[in-house]
Design a binder for this molecule. Structure first.
Ligand SMILES: C[S@@+](CC[C@H](N)C(=O)[O-])C[C@H]1O[C@@H](n2cnc3c(N)ncnc32)[C@H](O)[C@@H]1O
Length: 224
């Protein structure tokens, strides 16, 4: 499928899939969306709710461009927890696309964190920054089988319009089982069917204000 790089409303870039009219991030601002949904409502909220938890396991459903990984690694270099980040992806972004995205512009640091993220090998764990361990897993979401492992899930699949099979009870049950008690899942989608499917596998679901251009987003907590 033809993919092209486009600029979103906050000036940050993303990938567009022409045939599907679908993007990796919001057209209203890729960086703003990633910060709002995954970093503030996800990682930051978990840290606030569990200030004594030092070791945090994060799983990202749809590693994609590595933007969420970049922002999480950068934030963690300030708070310095021990983060194990598992990015699941079946169709990696290529080098030409990564160069065009130019996310080095977003986090300026001596060694390019974006390069460190993309240069490390798939299916191996690398400590790419002190206390930030990254495992990029080349696999399909349906193969996630971990039990009680993650504290936070960034659920960032393509939307229900184009991949309805990824927003089902079948997938959300896997997410629920893979989370530890009190773990959270955050996602940009606030669709009614998504919320109901999350609730029906056992999650307590909050509707939160969405990033610019979106009224709401969802945060689901494993409470039992
Ligand atoms: C919305 S994009 C993810 C954006 C990403 N979080 C980022 O910040 O760039 C969805 C990602 O899921 C991947 N994907 C789609 N279907 C998949 C599947 N069944 N298993 C694994 N990865 C899949 C796509 O290749 C794409 O990278």
């Amino acid at each position: 499928m033809k993919r092209s790089i486009i600029t979103t409303s906050d000036g940050s870039k993303t990938i567009q899939i022409e045939d599907l009219n679908e993007r990796y991030h919001s057209i209203h601002g890729a960086l703003q969306e990633a910060m709002h949904v995954y970093i503030l409502a996800g990682f930051n909220t978990y840290l606030k709710r569990h200030p004594k938890q030092i070791k945090i396991n994060i799983m990202e459903i749809g590693f994609g461009t590595g933007l969420n990984t970049l922002l999480t690694a950068s934030l963690n270099s300030k708070v310095n927890n021990k983060v194990y980040y598992h990015g699941i992806e079946a169709y990696p972004v290529n080098k030409r696309e990564l160069d065009l995205l130019n996310y080095d512009n977003i986090i300026k640091s001596e060694a390019s964190i974006f390069r460190l993220i993309h240069d490390c090998l798939w299916n191996k764990t690398h400590e790419i920054l002190p206390n930030f361990f990254l495992k990029k897993k080349l696999d399909f979401f349906s193969n996630v089988n971990e039990i009680n492992m993650f504290n936070v899930i960034y659920f960032d699949a393509f939307g229900p319009r184009v991949q309805p099979n990824l927003w089902t009870e079948f997938i959300f049950k896997k997410m629920y089982d893979s989370l530890r008690l009190n773990g959270i899942l955050v996602t940009y989608s606030a669709k009614g069917s998504v919320r109901r499917n999350l609730q029906s596998v056992g999650f307590l679901v909050e509707r939160l204000p969405g990033p610019p251009g979106k009224r709401e987003m969802l945060r689901a907590t494993k409470v039992l």
